[in-house]
Design a protein around this ligand. Structure first.
Ligand SMILES: [Zn+2]
Length: 192
C-alpha cells in the first residue's frame, strides 16, 4: 500500500439532518399523509401543495485504477469514521455524474482523472442514496490526502484493508476485481 496522510483538522460539513418539521414554501408544519401509495411528509396547510418526496440522493463514486492498486480514502467524517471507502461524493446542482466523480477524486486524493467507463449503479437504501460508479484513470496530479479525508492509499485485491466502511463499496470492489481478473486472464486464449 502506498499512502499519504492529511494534516488538516477542518470541522465536519453538515451533511446529515433529522426529519424535516416545517414546509419550506410556507413554514406551516408538515404532517404524514398517504400520497401516491406511500406515507409521505406533506404540508398541513390546505392551499399549499408541498410534498417531501424524499427521492434518493445521487452520489458519484470512483474506482481509481493505478499500477499500485485501487485508490481508497480513510473517512474523516460520519458515518463510518476511520474506515476506508472509494473516493466520491454528492453530485452538485448543474453537474453531471462524471464531472462530480472527477471533482471528488481530485478533492480527496489529489489525482486528476479521466472517466474510462461507467461501471454500474448501486442502491443504498439505508442512506437513501443512489451510487453511480465510474472506472477512472489518473492523468495528472499526485496522491495526497485532501482536507475531507484522513488518509489515502492504493490497495491490491490481496491487501485490501479489513475495515471497508460501506457494504456497497465492498460489493463494488469485489465486482471490480472480478472484471480485472477477467481482463488479466481471458477465458479463451489463442491456440486453445
Ligand atoms: Zn406549505
Amino acid at each position: 500500500m502506498a499512502n499519504a496522510e492529511a494534516s488538516s483538522s477542518a470541522e465536519p460539513p453538515p451533511a446529515h439532518f433529522g426529519p424535516f418539521k416545517f414546509c419550506p414554501l410556507c413554514a406551516s408544519s408538515l404532517e404524514t399523509r398517504e400520497i401516491c401509495e406511500r406515507p409521505r411528509l406533506a404540508c398541513s396547510k390546505t392551499d399549499c401543495d408541498f410534498v417531501h418526496w424524499e427521492n434518493p440522493k445521487p452520489v458519484a463514486v470512483a474506482v481509481v485504477a493505478t499500477k499500485e492498486g485501487v485508490v481508497l480514502t480513510r473517512r474523516k467524517y460520519a458515518p463510518e469514521i476511520g474506515t476506508f471507502c472509494l473516493p466520491g461524493g454528492f453530485i452538485e446542482k448543474g453537474e453531471s455524474a462524471q464531472e462530480a466523480c472527477i471533482r471528488e477524486v481530485l478533492e480527496e486524493t489529489g489525482l486528476q482523472v479521466e472517466v474510462v467507463s461507467h461501471l454500474g449503479v448501486y442502491p443504498s437504501s439505508d442512506a437513501n442514496e443512489l451510487i453511480v460508479v465510474f472506472h477512472v484513470k489518473p492523468v495528472g496530479g499526485h496522491l495526497s490526502a485532501g482536507e475531507e479525508v484522513l488518509e489515502v492509499g492504493c490497495f491490491h485485491k490481496h491487501d485490501l484493508p479489513p475495515d471497508i466502511g460501506f457494504d456497497q463499496h465492498r460489493a463494488i470492489l469485489e465486482a471490480w476485481f472480478a472484471i480485472e481478473v477477467l481482463h488479466l486472464q481471458p477465458i479463451f486464449t489463442s491456440g486453445s
